[in-house]
Design a protein around this ligand. Sequence first.
Ligand code: SF4
Length: 392
Amino acid sequence: MNNSYFYLEPYAYIDCDDEKAIVYDTLSGQSLCLALSDKHLYAFVNELKNSLSKSVIFDKTFPDSVVCFVKQCRDLFMGDIWEGPQPFIAPFKPKYMNTVDVLKKNEDLVYKVIGMVSHLVIMQEGKKQDKNIVGIENPINQFLFPLCNFGGKIELSLFCGQMSKIYFDKLKTVSILGDFEDGLLQSIYKDYPGVDYCFYYQFEQFDTEWFLLHTNYIKRKHVLIWVNPQVQPIMINETKEKLRHNGVPCSFLSAVCNENDLMNVADGVVSVPFYNKTNIGLFKKNVFLTERDILSQKITEEDILNNMMINSNFFGELYFMPDNRVYANPNTDSLGCFGDDWHDILYNLLDSCWFKTRDMKPCSNCAFQYLCPPPSNYEIVIGKPNLCTVKS
Ligand code: SF4
């Protein structure tokens, strides 16, 4: 006997927690967000969410809350009713749920992981300063920032030897933090001439003439310069003009710790919040996500699947630090040292933050779990798994 079914369209994603349900249209970005205060609606939505065919039996005599939910989904073209055998709509599920475990057993592990590396971050020690010019401690734990007085320097021969044993065929970007040695840059460029090169400096360390002279052979380059509020806009503009005149795009960034810093950031300079253990208020106001922030982003099916499997903030990044160690992220343990077997370093990546998803409470019991961007460095540094106003 044929039944009547309610089904969700292939592009509609559903999730819920104990209090709330969300149906999200990955094509239009529209969403339906509703409270699950009614037990019939709670049961219906959970059945739909857990259905392997994204369809459940529906009858017009069901309680009003369910009928109203179905009508709202139909009005938004996120679902419809079907009379006949149960329809099958493939749910949003990554094809390979156990990628990490499968990879670990894979004999071609090295080649598979090499193909995931897209961004190399190379930290060179900056010119000697008493402290980082912007006066903040450990900025590298929160964003890409050229350190001073790191206490070491990448050994060129070790670095070149290590890099000569591997080729990252999907590499897109090389970021160099601080002054670089010509030999180091040339050795990377020889192997990767077609990728983007990003150079990070603190304003007071940046010598435009020196930089232009020593990077003249690099075609695709971008300079990112950290400035503090004391730097006069006229000086920023001078540097900007010189770089632009030479065809080098540039951006200026400023680390802000409080509202006063925010107000003093010069026009055209991007403010980047810095957590200093006393300014969680700044983050609550400017960084914490609201329900509206999350739903106002355009989230594709691919984003949702990525959020189930990997951390797109960290995935593909490898850090080479002046202590001759390799990291997936400066906030996590080292993967190994220059000179170690690449197989071991890449194997360690499989247990790294590359795969850190929102699988801890309260995110693991939140209807936004896979709609939310993955955890960032801020969450690690602040020590809070969710920087949002949705759940405390
Ligand atoms: S950060 Fe976590 S708790 Fe907050 S909305 Fe996102 S998934 Fe939910």
